[in-house]
Design a protein around this ligand. Sequence first.
Ligand code: ADP
Length: 252
Amino acid sequence: MAHSDQPAMELRRLSFRYPNGRLALEEITCAVPQGDRVAIVGPSGAGKSTLLMHLNGLLPSPSLSKDEEAQVVIEGQAVTRSRLQQIRRQVGFLFQDPDDQLFCPTVQEDVAFGPLNLGLNRAEVLVRVERGLAAVGMADCLTRNPSELSTGERKRVCLAGILACDPSILVLDEPTSNLDPRARRQLLHILREFAGTLIVATHDLDFVIDLCSRVLVLESGKVQADGPTERVLSDPLIMDRHGLEVPWRLRR
Ligand code: ADP
């Protein structure tokens, strides 16, 4: 169980090199308090997805098997191979492309997949599925085939499956990509209702303004700026230097 005074997520000098030699993250140190909503922004290739994938062990930090040198710590616990199952209960991960996450013939089965994997009994799984779908406004889609839904709807089904596992941390990679304005607004509303910690990598800076209180600017695998959303996103020096633009809403 998480203590309220320990960070939801902590990175301690996290570096990561892909097998082809590319250094994607370099000595990243940061902590996110529980309940915070943090955006990670930066140009393409900055390392945003690579960072997110470390938060539930989708990519192995070099210390994955050595607790004493933990580089990724979730609610006080090092992300190690032996704890991956537990970590994945705590950290729900929404992929950019819903098709990476949906593979069942019905919405109900897709949303049930996670809770079933947690070992919950059928009755509890059904309750979780209904609750998850209700939270994303898709309670009447149980028997639909996910492949026949719009991108926005498929993304919401993915989110329902994640919420059905009751995570305390939600990690989202480009959640608004390919969403029309209404689907984007719906997603914003759902995420605002989520009471846990949110970590979002995105190019959608208006979404960041509406959702997040803190922004990390990443470039070349390093944290280049870290501060309150409006202060970071309205600073033309920071934004220009890292290939970003001050959003219209914050221009003076
Ligand atoms: P972002 O999400 O900010 O666009 P990524 O985390 O995807 O950035 O990529 C960071 C760096 O790592 C980039 O230089 C990218 O080319 C490289 N990279 C990403 N995935 C791989 C991979 N599977 N193999 C080798 N290099 C990769």
